[in-house]
Design a protein around this ligand. Sequence first.
Ligand code: IPM
Ligand code: MG
Length: 354
Amino acid sequence: MPKVVVLPGDGIGKEIIPEAVKVLKVVLKDRANDFAFEEYTIGGEAIDQTGKALPEETLEACKEADAILLGAVGGPKWDYLPASERPELASLLPLRKALGFYANIRPVKMLPCLLEASTLKPEVVAPVDMVVLRELTGGLYFGKRGRLENPNSAFDSMVYSEEEVYRIVRLAFEIAQNRRKKVCSVDKANVLETSRFWREIAIEVSKDYPEVELTHMYVDNAAMQLVRYPAQFDVIVTENMFGDILTDLASMLGGSIGMLASASMNGSKGLYEPAHGSAPDIAGQNVANPLATILSAAMMLKNTFGMYEEATSIEQAVEKVLLDGYRTRDLAKPGDKVLGTREMGDAVVEALQK
Ligand code: IPM
Ligand code: MG
């Protein structure tokens, strides 16, 4: 029986995850009973309940699962903890690392009906259709860090092994082969040694994909190009920290960060989560946008279970709801029909049933 571990987590995670599960059960129809959806605790809630942000039981369940659907972790309630015990560092990062989810795929596509939602000019964002591939288990996030006394200082280190760079760059080329055949490798090779290393490997890998064009771009320039002329990008591949920053930026090219889904892969096993955080400022108010999570669930059906038709049905249902003028608060402009989190989930279900 395919097993999906469901981790709502903290903040709006508790509101958006039930909507995605609801949509999944509807699209799976009779086959919904063939899937085991098992809920576990993670993040701040897990700290409150068990004293650990990533309890052993949760980690074990994730190891045995085919896919994991995660909401978000963290919130001001746990900010007083030492950094290494906070939900982000003590649950999300170890989960990514322990299960080897090295490839974070974040697709950014402008749906015509959301043109107005972006803060950027419609003619700039209309043609946006890119995938940002972020390395997720190496680099600054996992390098040695700490404090020194003499002189009083702090450090984080960026380390990449050959193997880590090879596998993510290779995947970028594989993805690009089925798209517009362009890979842009983003680095800071004018300064960083890890970036020069990364660039050498990217060039090496590109030799196996003569039909795919490889370009290189410094990360500062990439940030500028993403708002200047985003249509130039097909597949961007970059290291962990650069990818974190650039994907928040790129999310606005698709209208709102509330629309940005993500899949973190290790083979066919995946961790699916919206790219946004737990948004404590709006938690518990039924206003969060569940669509990034619902679209992450669609990615799960595609990437882990090979259920392309069902995944497309979800994507089309989301488009339909938006085309009909329904919006959550983050996407709304004056005059729009504003729905709450649950109502948006219901609207997607209804569109699926038509
Ligand atoms: C993301 C988030 C996380 C990250 C945080 C919550 C640790 O910003 O998934 O992009 O930095 O990876
Ligand atoms: Mg981020």
